[in-house]
Design a protein around this ligand. Sequence first.
Ligand SMILES: C[S@@+](CC[C@H](N)C(=O)[O-])C[C@H]1O[C@@H](n2cnc3c(N)ncnc32)[C@H](O)[C@@H]1O
Length: 361
Amino acid sequence: MTPNTLDQARVEEFAGNVLETYTRSIVTLMIDLGYRTGLFESAAQGPTTSEGLAERAGLQERYVREWLAAMTTAGIVEFDATARTYTLPAEHAACLTGPGAANLAPLARVTTHLAEHVPRVASAFREGGGVPYSEYRPEFTNVMDSVSRNFFDEHLVERVVPLAPGLPERLAAGARVADVGCGTGHAVVLLAKAFPGSTFVGYDLAEDAIAQARAEAAEAGADNAYFEVRDAAKLTADPPYDAVLTFDCIHDQADPAGVLERINAMLVPGGNYVMMEPAASSLLEENVANPVAPLLYGVSTLHCMTVSLASGGVGLGTAWGAQMTREYLAHAGFGPVLAYDAPDDPLDTIFVTHKPETTEP
Ligand SMILES: C[S@@+](CC[C@H](N)C(=O)[O-])C[C@H]1O[C@@H](n2cnc3c(N)ncnc32)[C@H](O)[C@@H]1O
């Protein structure tokens, strides 16, 4: 096709889309800045000038004013040109502030963090292999903590645990539970505090994450929470567990099928398995209409897939999807699978299943 035969309107429309994409990616970094500096929390206190906001947040006014200009032109903050005041509307504050799972601001850190790894991932495109998990730490550990902490605080005990049939009763009666790929262990600490008669063990490869988890458990007085640096590929079933949880961990694995088989082997017959994984279809064509699918595939390329490939793994990818998840669970020996949308989290699905009793058909 020569320039003369190009549909110029389509070219211009697409060029506009590209520029809009670049604009939004920079806005993401500005949201990260607002999150890190506490500017959203300060702005949510009410309309103010740039000087007023800088004073509230204890920051330099010139930086705050430039950030406010970006926020205003991005449609996040409203500007009153007469009063020279800026307002974070309550509806926007609901999405960018507070300790709840609805606060999307921490998610902006993912973009900032993964952007640092673009050059290394580009090399892997040429040379094969991948970027190992260790190269993402310690920043990755802290980014993941800030992304999932609010979700666990708000929903783990009240909404996630009850999805697994019989699990609340087991935990109340006293059960042995593992969180595989527990990161900084916040989920384990919350469960340990909520169910003091049960024992919880968090496993993770990351020494920095396990150190943070132990510190948090000690500070919380959760003496029924234990943590161990352990590769999920080397988990043992001695003694067996009544329930295993994995949050956003299986798709990263070098050998996800092997890890799922180990998890199945770790469980008592009838034991629960609760698995949170990114919400997607296994078929690209079914993800085209999903507005967050590019986020999943992008995070996959820049982290989840490449860490698996780095250790010679299968590189499932973040969007390995519900159909493949069910196949893997069946292959690992699990029973029927129920799938739920993760509360307040459009990016994840919670799969609930169990290890069949030997007498089950
Ligand atoms: C995406 S993060 C999720 C962390 C935590 N579950 C959360 O939701 O915040 C995945 C975690 O799994 C851990 N991980 C990945 N592969 C692992 C393996 N083979 N064995 C143990 N942990 C692993 C990583 O170190 C990381 O902490």
